[in-house]
Design a protein around this ligand. Structure first.
Ligand code: 5GP
Length: 120
């Protein structure tokens, strides 16, 4: 899978302020915002600000500061959006087989209802 980053993707435009978003939390290296087409009562996306296509790309090339910031922000966002009591699902699609729509790493946080079994 290619790690070539396309800076015209929609999340790059959100990060540059060219497209609005409903921000949950923004830090030096990370942005969390509500998904525009929520698949559950709570559906938030957490993205690094750096140009990473997918999670393995991020794991290989992000700095320690970016990784720490991303993980801490992810934890804070889970507290803020209220998914911890009932439980939630985290998904990060990568590449064609996972039908990744936006080629900028994003973790989905889904909650607020019974999400069913993902792996049957
Ligand atoms: P993927 O299929 O790449 O894992 O998920 C992409 C997600 O981005 C989808 O859940 C889709 O609803 C969301 N999305 C696509 N365009 C926009 C947008 O312009 N704004 C926001 N907030 N979410 C978007």
């Amino acid at each position: 899978m290619s790690y070539t980053y396309d800076d015209q993707n929609i999340f790059a435009k959100i990060l540059r302020g060219e497209i609005p978003n409903k921000t949950v939390l923004e830090t030096d290296h990370t942005l969390a915002f509500h998904d525009i087409y929520p698949q559950a009562p709570i559906h938030v996306l957490v993205i690094p600000k750096g140009p990473y296509v997918c999670y393995d790309h991020f794991c290989q090339e992000a700095s320690d500061a970016e990784i720490l910031d991303f993980n801490r922000t992810f934890g804070k966002v889970c507290e803020m959006v209220g998914v911890k009591d009932g439980g939630f699902r985290t998904i990060a699609n990568a590449g064609e087989n996972a039908i990744q729509e936006v080629p900028h790493l994003h973790f989905h946080i889904l909650g607020g209802r019974n999400l069913g079994r993902m792996l049957a």
